[in-house]
Design a protein around this ligand. Structure first.
Ligand code: G3P
Ligand code: MG
Length: 253
């Protein structure tokens, strides 16, 4: 079972920060997950919430701010991390992960605060920017050597994953969901290679078994207790997202 640092190592460094990814690698993790959004000027940056209010010293929605505006703010850090930490771009993140030999799960986020009309515009801007970025990786052997595994691309917005599949036959997709069901298994099968990335509290042993019979991997978020992690491992869950990657890595070894 793989352990995936959820937004890096958020108990020790700001979530979705390069510092967190470095600490995740130091803790012996092989995978990290992070959230990616589109800015007003069509740049791809790491941020979980629609707005930057909770995690930075600034304010506003990511889709309403330019990259320059976003990078004028700093991520909030704990007192013992006496440095200024910027909001990273997708590009600088993947460059770092490649150096650290960390595998990536890129979660594409759309603003939850928008109604469908505006949302569909943001979706298509995010899709264009992301596909452009994937295509540039294809041609930039130095940034993404052919031998490296593709990142796992996940989203709660299944429409964007399906659009990505139309352009990329092989990139692995992760269909994010709170509570999985049989219809989602069928969707993952149709758009394989694809996994189901579900809230662990809605998973059952039977569902994991059904997925396994269909060669669909199940990943579970966000697991922060050793006993729970062991149960999910015994069920055959392929991977866990965790905020305590350093501790789980030691306890499950
Ligand atoms: O991908 C697993 C997990 O990150 C999904 O939920 O809200 O933490 O992005 P969230
Ligand atoms: Mg996420």
């Amino acid at each position: 079972m793989i352990l995936i640092g959820h937004r890096g190592l958020p108990c020790l460094a700001p979530e979705n920060s390069l510092e967190g990814f470095k600490l995740a690698a130091e803790a012996g993790l092989n995978w990290v997950e992070f959230d990616v959004q589109i800015t007003q000027d069509n740049q791809l940056v790491l941020m979980h919430d629609d707005s930057i209010d909770r995690t930075t010293n600034g304010s506003g929605f990511v889709y309403n701010l330019t990259l320059k505006q976003l990078q004028s703010y700093a991520l909030k850090t704990s007192d013992n991390l006496n440095i200024s930490v910027n909001i990273p771009t997708l590009s600088e993140t993947l460059n770092l992960l490649h150096q650290l030999k960390l595998q990536a799960n890129i979660e594409l986020k759309l603003p939850e605060c928008l109604a469908e009309a505006e949302l569909s515009i943001i979706r298509s801007r995010l899709l264009d920017a992301f596909l452009g970025y994937l295509n540039s990786l294809d041609s930039l052997d130095s940034a993404w050597p052919k031998a490296s595994p593709w990142p796992l691309i996940s989203s709660f917005d299944h429409a964007i994953l399906i659009s990505i599949r139309k352009h990329h036959p092989l990139v692995p997709l992760g269909f994010l969901v709170e509570e999985p069901n049989m219809a989602l298994l069928a969707l993952a099968k149709e758009y394989a290679p694809a996994s189901i990335n579900a809230n662990f509290s809605f998973l059952t042993q039977d569902f994991v078994k059904l997925a396994s019979q269909r060669n669909i991997r199940v990943l579970a978020y966000t697991v922060n207790q050793v006993d729970q992690a062991k149960i999910l491992r015994d069920w055959g869950v392929y991977g866990l997202f965790t905020d305590i990657g350093d501790k789980l890595n030691l306890n499950l070894a």
